[in-house]
Design a protein around this ligand. Structure first.
Ligand code: ADP
Ligand code: MG
Length: 571
């Protein structure tokens, strides 16, 4: 967002007031670029990424003109999906409310007679999908004689979705349009062809910079075993722990399979795909938007451009069809300057293909093996342990008495073991996938091409990935050797380095010291100021940090508990 205020553009008072009421004070960069054009009576091509505020970028200057009157359609906006079209119509509706502008939305899956009524009442702005709009045109219920402005929103995707014929038929029916504005995040050859045919001497406004485009999004690739991709997805979801995530699948059938599986696993999840009725879609979207469910599973098409604010994670399950799809999907997170994570879940074969897909981009990717069930369990146990020891609970006399009576009957270690056993059933763990993945990695011949090409990280030989993904291990001396447990170490490390628990991959208590495996951020903070740990009773050792041993090697005894490899995650 810029420091420039909408006031600078001398918008008509109705619009200025509406924006203020809505709390929109400054234009987004694309809005600024369009609003500052001296002459807007020309054809335009506008390129800006998803979530950059393109809708108002075209609505504002159009609504600001004197010739916006009801009676007949003056402006036609075409958009590839129902959701997008409805979203634009809603935005046009609130923006034009003070001007009493009537909006008609012409989309499939809703009652056509309502649409006909809206048109008869003299809507001045028509927002539609190409299919339904053409339908109205052919029925004679939509008249386009007075249309002076046509906006093609998400031009690239309208063509991707096969709306070429419809688009051309509609544009051919408005030969006297004064200007056509094409909005598109990408400019593949087909869009250029369309623009050459229907736009005359367009001016291009581009806010797309391939390298910088998604700088607020962190991209990660998790590699999963070939026959365990759904298990892998479960592990990734548990590890990333998203309170608001969008999961992309290839096909409608896959969205159902994934949704069902995740529901069985106890995730709060819902689904949208093209087979859903409008009502079902709205229901799913509403549950996701309200936060009732934390994960939404969708196909590209169904999710295209839907504006859900605050998506923290995008999960792309399987290889994206192409680079554009990958980029577009990732644009669902990190919107309006927020930080987002874009996460791919790929098997090894898909991984190689994906490497060549991103080879020539500047997108920085982190390549990781899928988090293993063990790792997930360990981390969640630490969290539980910390809660157990530190969460404020109201003192309950009867429970206290119960504790005393039960301790008098049995050995405390035996008792705590049993209690933890019960608690552990509810502590989420994941599937044991590491061994299978390592086997696949070992049998897969290292490809020369892959060894060489890592778009962002220099060397990334696959075979050494398992070690590389681990954090960095440091050893810390313990000021007092008594009273330490994994939870206390975790708390101390997190507090002193001011990092999230997730930044600590592993803690192994030894007699007089502790081994702590720190992920990148935590390790970086540690190296900047190792002595920050001293105040918490942890003394950095002089020795330089090591990469931890591979996990399948013999592990040192860990106190206070020893993990068992979990075959199946318990939930
Ligand atoms: P795009 O079409 O580029 O994907 P949208 O037009 O859907 O993006 O806008 C994304 C979100 O940003 C919407 O929720 C919209 O209401 C909001 N938005 C747009 N312009 C502004 C602005 N100037 N100030 C604050 N929020 C805005
Ligand atoms: Mg849009």
């Amino acid at each position: 967002m810029t420091d420039i205020l909408f006031q600078k553009y001398e918008l008509r008072p109705e619009l200025q007031e509406t924006l203020e009421t809505k709390g929109f004070l400054s234009p987004t960069p694309v809005q600024e670029k369009v609003l500052e054009q001296q002459d807007l009576n020309t054809d335009l091509i506008v390129r800006a990424k998803t979530g950059s505020g393109k809708t108002l970028a075209f609505l504002l200057p159009i609504f600001n003109e004197d010739r916006m009157t009801n009676g007949s359609p003056k402006v036609l906006v075409l958009s590839p999906t129902r959701e997008l079209a409805l979203q634009i119509a809603r935005e046009a509706d609130w923006l034009g409310r003070n001007m009493h502008l009537r909006i008609a939305s012409l989309v499939g899956g809703t009652d056509i007679s309502v649409q006909i009524k809206d048109l008869r009442r003299g809507a001045s702005v028509v927002v539609g999908t190409p299919g339904r709009t053409l339908d109205h045109l052919r029925r004679g219920t939509l008249k386009l004689e007075d249309v002076h402005t046509v906006v093609l929103d998400e031009g690239d995707h309208m063509l991707d979705m096969g709306f070429r014929d419809e688009l051309e038929a509609i544009l051919d029916a408005i030969p006297l349009r004064e200007r056509t504005w094409l909005f598109s995040a990408t400019m593949p050859e087909e869009v250029l062809r369309l623009s050459r045919r229907y736009l005359s001497d367009p001016r291009t406004i581009s806010l797309v910079d391939e390298g910088e485009q998604h700088s607020e999004i962190a991209h990660k690739v998790y590699m999963v075993p070939r026959h365990g991709s759904l298990d892998g997805l479960v592990n990734v979801l548990l590890w990333e722990d998203s309170s608001r995530g969008l999961i992309f699948c290839h096909t409608r059938a896959q969205t159902l399979e994934v949704t069902e599986r995740l529901q069985q696993e106890g995730f709060q999840v819902c689904c949208i795909n093209g087979d859903f009725s409008q009502r079902e879609r709205n229901q799913s979207l509403a549950s996701f938007k309200s936060g009732r469910v934390s994960l939404l599973v969708a196909t590209n098409v169904a999710a295209r451009g839907i504006d859900v604010p605050g998506v923290k994670h995008v999960f792309q399950f399987g290889l994206p069809d192409d680079l554009d799809t990958f980029i577009h999907r990732s644009g669902r997170t990190g919107r309006a300057g927020n930080k987002g994570k874009n996460i791919l879940i790929l098997n090894l074969r898909e991984t190689s293909r994906f490497r060549s897909m991103v080879q020539r981009t500047k997108i920085a990717l982190e390549w990781l093996p899928v988090p293993d069930g063990d790792d997930i369990k360990t981390r969640n146990r630490s969290i539980y342990e910390e809660k157990l020891l530190n969460q404020d609970l109201p003192e309950k006399k009867d429970i206290h008495a119960w504790a005393e009576s039960i301790i008098s009957r049995t050995d405390p270690v035996h008792l705590v073991t049993r209690l933890l056993q019960l608690a552990d059933r509810k502590i989420p763990g994941g599937y044991d996938l590491k061994r299978e993945l390592q086997k696949e990695m070992a049998t897969k011949k290292p490809e020369a091409r892959t060894e060489r090409t890592s778009p962002s990280q220099g060397r990334s030989g696959k075979r050494e990935r398992p070690q590389r993904e681990r954090g960095t291990e440091i050893r810390l001396g313990l000021l007092n050797t008594s009273g330490w447990n994994v939870g206390r170490v975790l708390r101390s490390v997190c507090s002193s380095l001011d990092v999230d628990r997730k930044e600590v991959a592993q803690i192994t208590l030894l007699e007089e010291s502790v081994k702590v495996e720190l992920l990148d951020l935590a390790y970086e903070k540690y190296t900047r100021n190792p002595s920050s740990l001293k105040r918490w009773g942890l003394i950095p050792e002089e020795t330089s940090p090591r990469k931890p041993e591979p996990r399948n090697s013999k592990r040192p005894a860990r106190a206070p508990r020893e993990r068992k490899p979990s075959k199946v995650r318990s939930r």
